[in-house]
Design a protein. Structure first.
Length: 343
């Protein structure tokens, strides 16, 4: 083993130090990441996003895997619960008894452990974006574990018994954590902390478009009932002479406003990109020729007949617009995408 003076005299060591000093901060970080990957292998999933999440004054390292699974790093997870002991490295962190991790194995806790919780307790080996190997739990586990300890506290209180001293600090931590987040909001907190939020929204939008729209347009077939156009003429107080008579150009804009802009987030924008106007202002196909048979056309038909129903109830164009804006708001902004995904 070389001591400090011997290292300084070693040409290889001096060369290594010189190379390290010449590297930028980013290059050193990339080099460290490559070294970590070499040490641990490349078979573990690497988080696409990670970052610190602060809840009730406790900081937990959060990560999102490429498949969208949200994790909480085991060490910070345990410290947030008030557990000072962390399983040993290697397989120690993976050991369980009856499928439960060590912090849920006490006999007093068993009555409060649900099947949903058991499914979330398997640790997951992964790498942080830096390449560092880590062990994490499904993010859903944290609120479920808190519920177990708080249910124990409530059961003991009903029996007039105090919380055992060795559990009191964990119960206090779980109470603080539960107050600090709503269970349904934990995924959103992780996404914001790690920067995954924008990627999630893009993926969700793309998933919608893939279901609604074809890669290539299909042959034309009649999709809009005559009644749809007849009601537009009635409400605009125009004379109806049938479908074969040329319709005012503004009817196309009405169709876009009443139908395509309200089908699903991003659908209208994507339709206009795939089916643009030519130099004469005309489109090569009808928008509905790009809709899929499985999702797009059923959604179109359902929306059309709902709109026709509102048309029948309306005495004026203004009344129709007011009703349809309230019943079927336009879908092309991010706020409406969130609303669409939750319905």
């Amino acid at each position: 083993m070389l001591d400090g003076d011997e290292k300084d005299q070693n040409p290889k060591a001096r060369g290594g130090h010189a190379r390290a000093d010449a590297l930028s901060a980013k290059e050193r970080s990339d080099s460290a990441r490559r070294a970590a990957l070499a040490r641990w292998g490349t078979d573990l999933p690497t988080a696409s996003h990670d970052g610190p999440l602060t809840i009730a004054g406790r900081t937990i390292m959060a990560a999102v895997l490429p498949n969208g699974k949200r994790l909480l790093a085991q060490g910070t997870f345990l410290r947030a619960l008030g557990r000072s002991r962390t399983p040993k490295a290697g397989t120690g962190g993976l050991s369980t008894v009856d499928g439960l991790p060590f912090f849920l194995q006490a006999e007093q806790l068993r009555p409060f452990i649900t099947d949903e919780l058991r499914l979330s307790t398997t640790p997951i080996q992964f790498r942080l974006t830096s390449g560092q190997k880590s062990l994490g739990y499904d993010a859903n586990l944290l609120p479920l574990v808190c519920e177990v300890y708080l249910n124990l506290r409530d059961a003991l209180a009903n029996e007039g018994k105090p919380v055992p001293r060795n559990y009191s600090h964990i119960v206090s931590a779980c109470d603080a954590l539960t107050r600090g987040f709503a269970r349904v909001g934990l995924a959103a907190l992780i996404d914001e902390a790690t920067g995954y939020q924008e990627v999630r929204d893009r993926k969700a939008l793309q998933a919608i478009l893939d279901k609604f729209l074809r890669k290539e347009f299909a042959a034309w077939s009649k999709r809009f009932p005559d009644e749809f156009y007849r009601e537009i003429f009635r409400l605009r107080q125009w004379e109806w002479k049938g479908m074969k008579v040329n319709r005012p150009q503004v009817v196309a804009r009405y169709t876009t406003d009443l139908v395509y802009s309200r089908l699903a987030p991003g659908v209208l924008r994507e339709l206009e990109a795939r089916n643009p106007r030519d130099e004469k202002g005309k489109r090569r196909t009808k928008h509905h020729q790009w809709l899929t048979e499985e999702v797009g056309h059923p959604a179109l038909a359902q929306h059309l007949y709902a709109v026709i129903g509102l048309m029948r109830l309306s005495d004026s164009w203004g009344q129709l617009k007011d009703m349809i804006d309230r019943a079927y708001p336009k879908r092309d902004d991010s706020g409406q995408m969130k609303l669409f995904l939750e319905t």
